[in-house]
Design a protein around this ligand. Structure first.
Ligand code: NAP
Length: 247
């Protein structure tokens, strides 16, 4: 990591885990660019937070499934921020249902956003990281990708795919000084999981050794660690932030 201000790009930075990552990185002194499909009404709060920490933040409406828009975003963001040190691929969606009724559109939407979206963003950024011979990528997977989950064949496949993608990329770009790691969150309280009814939530929590759901900030702390020089000798790893559900 070079001396001076550091820069990070975060996909899906408007809400939930991505938002917490943006806030954490701003507090850690990064200039941050983030994207989402629809700019949030409270985007100005992030600008105020950036001002408070003496850094910059810039949000852009970009769909990670649109390769042309992603490449334009990366070019503009790098120009605006003056380079790229860290990339966090976090944008993701769910379309849960049993496989028996899962139409191709539900498969394509989830795999297209979560897995192909990760490819699209990393592919657009990797050359620039290779040129500067350094930097780090943190991809957001899920415990569902490691353990499987009924009604989530599309989601689990996309999240397992991210693990294979990241491990392969870690091997490919290590000689350029670039690290690639994965976080696999368990049940984290965000809009994505807000629809879970009380009975289902209680059932999941009963299986979590720490007996509670997780907070977006707890995932953001792990992402920020993996992105930073403190993790300089860690690459190709999957860090679970799941209250021990995978033990
Ligand atoms: P969330 O609250 O629903 O937020 C999702 C974020 O991704 C939003 O900023 C959303 O932007 C963005 N996004 C979705 N599709 C996009 C696209 N095509 N292009 C650009 N941005 C897009 O979800 P979350 O719970 O924070 O989840 C974040 C990541 O963590 C996801 O990859 C998810 O699979 C993973 N994860 C979550 C949990 C959990 O329990 N919450 C557990 C394991 C893994 P818009 O507002 O514009 O749609």
């Amino acid at each position: 990591m070079p001396a001076g201000p550091r820069t990070a790009l975060v996909t899906g930075g408007s809400r939930g885990i991505g938002r917490a990552v943006v806030e954490r990185l701003l507090a850690d002194g990064y200039d941050v660019g983030y994207c989402c499909r629809t700019m949030p009404a409270d985007a100005a709060d992030l600008e105020r937070l950036a001002d408070k920490h003496g850094v910059r933040v810039h949000g852009t409406a970009v769909d990670v499934t649109d390769g042309t828009a992603v490449r334009a975003w990366l070019e503009q963001a790098e120009e605006r921020l003056g380079g790229l040190d860290t990339l966090v691929t976090n944008a993701g969606i769910v379309r849960d249902m049993p496989l028996a009724v899962m139409g191709r559109e539900h498969w394509d939407a989830v795999v297209g956003t979560n897995l192909t979206g990760t490819y699209t963003v990393c592919q657009a950024a990797v050359m620039s990281l290779m040129r500067r011979r350094g930097g780090s990528i943190v991809a957001v997977s899920s415990v569902a990708g490691l353990r499987g989950n009924a009604t989530q064949t599309n989601y689990a496949a996309s999240k397992a795919g991210i693990v294979g993608f990241a491990k392969s990329l870690a091997k490919e770009v290590a000689r350029f000084g670039i690290r690639v790691n994965v976080v696999a969150p368990g049940l984290i309280e965000t809009d994505m999981t807000a629809g879970l009814d009380d009975k289902a939530r209680r059932k999941v929590v009963a299986d979590i050794p720490l007996r509670r759901t997780g907070r977006a900030e707890e995932v953001a702390d792990a992402v920020a660690f993996l992105a930073s020089d403190r993790a300089a000798y860690i690459t190709g790893q999957v860090v679970r932030i799941d209250g021990g559900i995978g033990i």
